[in-house]
Design a protein around this ligand. Structure first.
Ligand code: ATP
Ligand code: MG
Length: 244
């Protein structure tokens, strides 16, 4: 099947003054159309850095990234992607509705289409009642849900989510999970990073585990259980692997 994301020998180096940090080090993987792909690794492993490279937001020191077989930095590929950043830093003096209109406008979606879609999405993330409230009055979980709605405004073929469920209450987490699975069933592709291993285990078709910018393991959660026994959760497996 068609690869939606291809990462080949990716290396990313941050330079600060005289210091150099190799945040991603020769990483290889591919995400196929229709997959839910989980991206795991301890703090500082290089997940966000890899995600930014996939979105064309930062340059690689080596290797190559493509989405939809194209350079991720060109508008034609970006149009098909929805992105939920690790930290939602939005304009505090906007309402969620205004924010979605702003992002929709960037994608060139007409105001007429946006009116319906905005209502639909804010309902989906359970913010319909707050759609005209200033975001400066929102809790962390509410902002996180606005961010998820924002990532869906262009009805993307590929959804890239950087720790989407962080800070969400259990019901909101379940809702987000259900939405991700529904999108997959509609043929969309989802790539997401997470520290919530039990959740990753439930919904992911495949996972990769990163440490120090390098790939430790690529697997299907089910295969790990087949290989190690059903008592081995992804969480246990992750601990063993990362501890080494
Ligand atoms: N802008 C930056 N300048 C310099 N170093 C950076 C920068 N951003 C990240 N790093 C470093 O690159 C490495 C990878 O960071 P990254 O944010 O990609 O990790 P992560 O896997 O997303 O971690 P977390 O789980 O905490 O979100 C870390 O060592 C970090 O300190
Ligand atoms: Mg991160």
């Amino acid at each position: 099947m068609e690869n939606i994301i291809e990462v080949n020998n990716l290396t990313v180096i941050y330079k600060t003054g005289r210091n150099e940090k190799k945040a991603v080090d020769g990483l290889d993987f591919a995400v196929k159309k229709g997959e839910i792909f989980g991206f795991l690794g301890p703090n500082g492993a290089g997940k966000t850095t890899t995600i930014k490279a996939i979105l064309g937001l930062l340059g690689a020191a080596g290797g190559n990234v493509s989405i939809f077989q194209k350079n991720p930095a060109i508008p034609a590929s970006r149009k098909l992607v929805g992105y939920m950043p690790e930290i939602a830093n939005y304009y505090w003096y906007l309402t969620p509705r205004e924010l979605l209109f702003l992002f929709g406008g960037i994608f060139g979606i007409t105001r007429k289409t946006l009116a319906g879609r905005t209502d639909e999405l804010l309902k989906l993330v359970d913010l319909a009642e707050h759609k005209n409230a200033l975001m400066k009055t929102f809790s962390k979980g509410m902002l996180q849900r606005v961010s998820f709605a924002q990532s869906l405004i262009n009805d993307p073929e590929l959804l890239v989510l950087d720790e989407p469920t962080t800070g969400l209450d259990p019901i909101s987490k379940m809702n987000m999970r259900d939405t991700i699975v529904r999108l997959k069933n509609e043929g969309k592709t989802v790539f997401f990073s997470s520290h919530e291993l039990s959740e990753v285990e439930i919904i992911s078709d495949r996972v990769i585990i990163l440490k120090d910018g390098k790939l430790l393991k690529e697997a299907r959660p089910k295969e790990i259980m087949d290989e190690k026994g059903s008592h081995v959760t992804l969480e246990k497996y992750f601990f063993e692997l990362v501890k080494k």
